[in-house]
Design a protein around this ligand. Structure first.
Ligand code: SAM
Length: 471
């Protein structure tokens, strides 16, 4: 039976409830009166339930779909302004004992070389990432209790935070590793991680078990209940996601929102971020084998509806997507993107992009400088800010600041100050020129008048060599 507050996976992600939701959505997709009521509710910026959002997803009325897109764009502007937070993935190890059918790291793949970074190699990778200008990483690793035990992950986190190279620093390490125990989540929290990220891949239990035939990841309940354990272990920023293309997207969409509702109902705080990866070609993986891939159009609609359903939750898109799709989807609600990414173990320290240990084909191959330049030309402020969690603005504290709109007074100035650091230390002359002009314009858009002179002062300090200033 469906119970949003249950701690059992099959009760808070309830198959019957999802099927009933899809039926309700089909029955009401042409009920424009209901669609209008749901859109009115979305305008209050307090979110939508999985049932309401599923009706919008099923609705094909052109005018209404345009309204959904416009509203998503507006909500995105209201909560996130024109800021886009930048990050990069760092692959630590591709040793893996699982048998995931869509992932090239699956245990039976004998063509890829297995590699695990030593601490010296982690240092090299981090220096290369710092030299690009990155301040925020998401570390990635396969699941392998012998080769990648929690102690290894903790040691890597420690190494990453300890490297101070020129003006560089990694100030926030998010972690994307397999579901683990409360005790291990507590250790990750103590190591100072930002968000704990774990993709559900698919919420459909049957499909999940088929796609994860062997290894610890086969256990649907253990995987689905991971965020509850993470929160019990003290991690209050968690990032959820679906690997779109593996199973039916309407089912996944409802499941994703039910997961968010569950976290909010039980822990008083929903997910910090939602990721929307799509399955990609990779060694030993042909995405066309999964016959339920998602069209670009529907992908954009999904992103827009996530924005309406959970207005305060950050949305992440990676370099799995092309620059064209990224441009489209940023407008509809994405708040964080990766740039200059390499998805292979040890890839950043190499001159040329290595392909042998890549997790998936990257569709946006531009350098970080090119991505920053492109974002600014399109009117966005690339932000390297990591202030919130360092100031203890996490979990429900972060959410209440978001909901009251007060967060803008920190985010906008912090975005400008961290962009200034980037321009001083890493940008090409052309990017720097565009960026300086952008900062000048954007100071005027700071809401509170009294903050403007303060920001100007801080920018001068950065110009004179001070780093890591934030509100
Ligand atoms: N091993 C951890 C786990 O099992 O959750 C997390 C690390 S894994 C490197 C990160 C994510 O990459 C997976 O959760 C999956 O969604 C995604 N991924 C795997 N194969 C992919 C593919 N072929 N295309 C796109 N994304 C993929």
């Amino acid at each position: 039976m469906y119970n949003v507050k249950s701690m059992k996976a099959e009760e808070f992600i309830n198959d019957e409830e999802i099927k009933a939701t899809l039926k309700y959505a089909d029955e009401n997709k042409d009920n424009l009166k209901l669609v209008d009521e749901i859109l009115e509710k979305a305008k209050l910026r307090k979110g939508l339930s999985h049932r309401e959002a599923s009706v919008l997803l099923a609705c094909e009325d052109k005018e209404k779909v345009t309204e959904m897109y416009d509203l998503a764009g507006q909500i995105k502007k209201d909560f996130y302004g024109n800021r886009i937070v930048m990050f990069a993935p760092l692959y630590l190890s591709n040793y893996c004992v699982n048998g995931c059918l869509y992932c090239p790291y699956h245990a039976k793949n004998k063509h890829i070389p297995r590699k695990k970074l030593t601490q010296e190699e982690v240092e090299k990778e981090v220096i290369a990432l710092q030299d690009m200008g990155h301040k925020r990483l998401a570390i990635e690793a396969g699941e392998d209790p012998v080769n990648n035990p929690i102690e290894y992950i903790l040691e890597c986190i420690h190494t990453i935070y300890s490297i101070k190279h020129k003006n560089g620093a990694i100030r926030r390490v998010n972690v994307n590793i397999a579901a683990t125990t409360v005790e291990n989540y507590r250790k990750l929290k103590e190591a100072g991680i930002g968000t704990y990220i774990l993709f559900q891949e698919t919420y459909d239990k049957e499909a999940y078990e088929y796609l994860h035939p062997t290894g610890p990841k086969h256990d649907y309940a253990y995987h689905t209940e991971a965020m509850d354990r993470a929160m019990e272990g003290g991690i209050d920023d968690v990032g959820i996601g679906v690997l779109f293309g593996l199973d039916k997207y309407r089912y996944e969409f409802a499941g994703l929102l039910m997961h968010a509702e569950h976290l909010e109902a039980v822990h008083g705080v929903g997910p910090h971020t939602i990721s929307v990866p799509r399955v990609k070609k990779a060694d030993d993986i042909d995405p066309t084998e999964f016959d339920n891939s998602l069209s670009d159009e529907m992908f954009c609609k999904l992103a827009a509806l996530i924005r309406l359903a959970v207005p305060y939750t950050g949305m992440i898109i990676s370099t799995r997507e092309t620059p064209e799709i990224r441009e489209k989807i940023i407008k509809l609600g994405v708040s964080q993107i990766s740039g200059g990414s390499r998805t292979s173990v040890g890839g950043y320290a190499e001159e040329e992009r290595p392909h042998d240990t890549e997790q998936f084909d990257v569709s946006d191959n531009r350098t970080l400088d090119e991505v920053v330049n492109w974002l600014m030309r399109a009117g966005y402020i690339p932000s390297f800010c990591t202030a919130c969690y360092r100031e203890g603005r996490t979990g429900d504290r972060f959410m209440s600041l978001c909901k009251s709109g007060q967060i803008q007074n920190c985010c906008h100035p912090n975005a400008l100050m961290t962009l200034k650091e980037y321009l001083m230390d890493y940008a090409s002359p052309e990017t720097r020129k565009i960026g300086e002009e952008l900062i000048e314009r954007e100071i005027e858009n700071i809401g509170k008048e009294e903050i403007k002179p303060k920001v100007r002062e801080e920018l001068i300090k950065i110009e004179n060599g001070t780093r890591d200033l934030y509100f």
